[in-house]
Design a protein around this ligand. Structure first.
Ligand code: IPM
Ligand code: MN
Length: 358
């Protein structure tokens, strides 16, 4: 009997609709080839939802996401909504979905194959073979702590945010890191700022307490400033990196760019319920609607969806292999174009991947 899965698709803003539409053709093809049927329903979030409903995350989108097997998201945000009130900014849609769906773990794999190492701003020998999995805590820390937009203290305006972590919040993400490392090279780097911050000292203590549960895995503690440096000096030494919300946000952008194109990188956000999958590149409003965006980050996010939420490893591998072959054959979107290669539009790139699937 054909297995059926229900997917909520949130195209969002900017290049989001183009890259999700391209990735959906791949989703349906890979499902079909592996005896699965995916029913996709489109919902609004971000600026697109502000335009229609006046809010970035309508309750019906949250309800649909909760009931689905997985969510595929393009990107949200753009200059059009820059002047809306802070509490209804498009970004609130992503933060709200993470909180509502309990998506406490963000998985951002960063891989550099030999063919890709030419695009890196770093020397090819330094990046070729990089294979890092960054696990970012996603529903805690300073992004969700108490804040104040404006407060007068002694006649001077202040604003503040607070960084707070609890032991259980740290335990669950650190355990996930150890489990991931067991299927990889056996090393976890826990990143904090324990020389200054109390919340980081709790983080480091908690990681240290979990470590004996996984005797085969090596735990290394690293300060975040040092990690920022190691990512460009010796990225091959990193295997699984686990860190809090703010440090993870910054380090994942840095890690992404050493691959040469942020347009290639997928992500998965996981918790106890529905998982959410999105490329990490954002809405790129300057190139929206031009059919030049790289759909591979979204296509590879669909592969992660098959792996982590749809229990279909075969479809995940099929997509990842197809993407490798298309790149090896020299097809590129504008962000990765070089002399002697073949330029593709967003949809043409998806068609090339599709051809490799069939
Ligand atoms: C990301 C983004 C988001 C974040 C924004 C859009 C709220 O930068 O997913 O990394 O900071 O988490
Ligand atoms: Mn970010």
């Amino acid at each position: 009997m054909m297995q059926e899965k229900n997917i909520v698709v949130i195209p969002g803003d900017g290049i989001g609709p183009e890259v999700t539409s391209a990735a959906l053709t791949i989703l349906h093809a890979a499902a079909g080839r592996t005896g699965m049927k995916c029913n996709c329903a489109t919902h609004l979030a971000g600026g697109a939802a502000i335009d229609v409903h006046g809010i970035p995350l309508p309750p019906e989108t949250v309800a649909a996401a909760r009931a689905a097997d997985a969510v595929l998201l393009g990107a949200v945000g753009g200059p059009k909504w820059d002047s809306v009130a802070p509490e209804i900014r498009p970004e609130k849609a992503i933060l709200g979905l993470r909180k509502e769906l309990g998506l406490f773990a963000n998985l951002r794999p960063v891989k550099v194959t030999a063919a890709m190492s030419d695009y890196s701003p770093l020397k090819p020998e330094r990046v070729s073979g990089v294979d890092i999995l960054i696990l970012r805590e996603l529903t805690g820390g300073i992004y969700f702590g108490k804040r104040c937009e404006s407060e007068m203290i002694d006649g001077v305006e202040h604003a503040w945010d607070t960084e707070q972590y609890s032991v259980p919040e740290v335990e669950r993400i650190v355990r996930m890191a150890f489990q991931a490392a067991a299927g990889r090279r056996g090393k976890v780097t826990s990143v904090d700022k324990a020389n200054v911050l109390a919340s980081s000292r709790l983080w480091r203590r908690t990681a240290g307490k979990i470590a004996p549960e996984y005797p085969a895995i090596q735990l290394e503690n690293m300060y975040v400033d040092n990690c920022a440096m190691q990512l460009v000096m010796a990225p091959k030494a990193l295997d699984v990196v686990v860190t809090g919300n703010l440090f993870g946000d910054i380090l994942t952008d840095e890690a992404a760019v050493i691959t040469g194109s942020i347009g290639m990188l997928p992500s998965a956000s996981l918790g106890s319920g529905t998982g959410l999958y999105e490329p990490i590149h954002g809405s790129a409003p300057d190139i929206a609607g031009k059919q030049i965006a790289n759909p591979l980050g979204t296509i590879l996010s669909v592969a992660m969806m098959f792996r982590h939420s749809l229990a279909n490893e075969a479809a995940a591998v099929l997509i990842e292999k197809a993407v490798e072959k298309v790149l090896a054959a020299g097809y590129r979107t504008g962000d990765m174009m070089q002399d002697g290669l073949t330029r593709c539009s967003t949809n043409e790139m998806a068609e090339k991947v599709l051809a490799e699937l069939q």
